[in-house]
Ligand binder design. Structure first.
Ligand SMILES: [Zn+2]
Ligand SMILES: [Zn+2]
Length: 66
């Protein structure tokens, strides 16, 4: 498998399908794709700019200092 093949195959980390690419934003942190409708809660609009998947937004929304 070449790198290009890998990049062409964007699949949703939730359902495992790569259809509806225009509704499959990629996380800016982990580079995984998620269908907007596979997310809970669903994302009603295509995200513009940076987008982070739920896994990554859980991690570090804001750095807290004690
Ligand atoms: Zn999906
Ligand atoms: Zn992510």
């Amino acid at each position: 498998m070449s790198k290009e093949d890998y990049y062409n195959e964007v699949i949703c980390a939730e359902c495992g399908f790569g259809d509806r690419e225009e509704q499959l934003p990629l996380c800016d942190k982990c580079d995984r794709g998620y269908h907007m409708t596979c997310l809970k809660p669903i994302v009603p609009r295509v995200p513009t700019g940076r987008w982070y998947c739920p896994n990554c937004t859980d991690d570090a929304p804001q750095p807290k200092r004690f």
